[in-house]
Design a protein around this ligand. Structure first.
Ligand code: CU
Length: 368
């Protein structure tokens, strides 16, 4: 209240002054007076600036003095289980063409209104292929015909751009698919052998990718790879506050998920991991495996590994295949050796069982 009287007194004085030089003098006095106010009442002024109040879509009022990460949503419309995603391969609806070629048909639906609980209590508006981030893992054998019936149910334009070899009009860049039910059919021969990303290619590309419009496309060699416990890891990041930096990092979207729910594998059984880096903003990501080394096949295009290592470094959309076996039971970390990423969620555990019957049981939780 004293502050108000002070301002009122200064304003009254100013209005009574007529001459130009007096006005200049009074202006200097007002500046000094306002500066004095900030010195006298620093807590009152800064407290008002720090207080943030948000009204969520559900009507709840959120007050905070800390950093707020997307406070607009309080419930999820996406169901995503990283343990299920890990080993879930979609081979499509299979039929034979007249010449005997295998046709694999897929239906992929894009949406951009879904809300995902990406960490306990943290909700984020994700853009999805078939309702999840990442979208389904599409799998075919080299030489198969892949036909993708794409439907854009979003409110924005989207496409599907596959990495690999295909005609220009199947590249998902210039053939924009309109919102609200637009359709396009992508059709091409599966190739080359390897692990490839697919993603939306509409501008601003950064946003369409970071929001979640990506997935993995595996092309198997005609002579299949040796039997193994196969899994997919998409390395991704989440920019919750839209400042062009990731707040969370993960393997398969949910930070720390495989640390709290270790991936169970068997001793002396070959494990094959299809790993794809979809992190935006940060120029590199990496993957370090504990207590072991792995054969690494960059892009999965060769059947002979090019490295035997415990560390690979990946830029945007770089990917490859890792193969390894564990000789000793126990728990082993895998994580980004860029420690900032692992401390923000990109870390997990392989739990190596020596009892084969325990394999893939999801009832055991481990770590904290
Ligand atoms: Cu898009």
């Amino acid at each position: 209240m004293a502050t108000l009287y002070y301002c009122y007194f200064l304003m009254t004085l100013l209005m009574k002054i007529k001459s130009r030089s007096s006005i200049m003098m009074m202006s200097v006095l007002v500046i000094i007076a306002v500066s004095a106010l900030f010195v006298a009442f620093p807590e009152g002024i800064s407290a008002q600036q720090d207080e943030n109040v948000f009204v969520t879509h559900s009507g709840a009022v959120v007050k905070t003095t800390g950093e707020v990460l997307d406070p607009l949503y309080t419930s999820a419309t996406v169901e995503f289980d990283p343990m299920e995603y890990l080993r879930d391969f979609n081979y499509g609806r299979i039929s034979q063409l007249d010449d005997g070629t295998t046709l694999r048909e897929f239906t992929i639906i894009a949406d951009d209104d879904k809300i995902m609980e990406v960490s306990p209590g943290i909700f984020f508006n994700v853009w999805t292929f078939n309702g999840t981030v990442p979208g389904p893992t599409i799998r075919a054998t080299e030489g198969d015909i892949v036909r993708v019936n794409f439907i854009n149910n979003g409110s924005k334009e989207h496409t599907m751009h596959f990495h690999g070899i295909h005609p220009a009009e199947m590249d998902g860049v210039f053939e924009i698919v309109g919102s609200g039910g637009g359709q396009f059919t992508y059709e091409f021969e599966a190739g080359p052998v390897g692990v490839h990303p697919y993603h939306c290619h509409v501008m601003p590309l950064e946003e369409h990718i970071v929001r979640g419009l990506y997935g993995v496309f595996i092309v198997d060699p005609k002579e299949s790879r040796p039997a193994a416990d196969e899994m997919v890891m998409v390395l991704n990041g989440l920019d919750m506050d839209f400042d062009g930096e990731n707040n969370f990092y993960a393997a398969n979207t949910i930070p720390f998920y495989y640390q709290h729910h270790p991936i169970q594998i068997n001793i002396n059984e070959l494990v094959r991991v299809y790993v794809v880096n979809m992190v935006e903003f940060d120029p590199i990501n990496n993957l370090h495996l504990h207590g072991n080394l792995y054969n690494y096949y960059p892009t999965g295009t060769d059947i002979v590994p090019s490295a035997y290592t415990d560390m690979i470094t990946l830029s945007q959309t770089e990917r490859g295949i890792m193969e390894f076996k564990y000789e000793y039971p126990g728990k082993y970390l895998f994580h980004a050796h860029k420690v900032e990423f692992s401390e923000k969620g990109w870390v997990g555990i392989f739990l190596v069982n020596d009892n084969q019957q325990d394999k893939k049981s999801e009832s055991v939780e481990y770590g904290s």
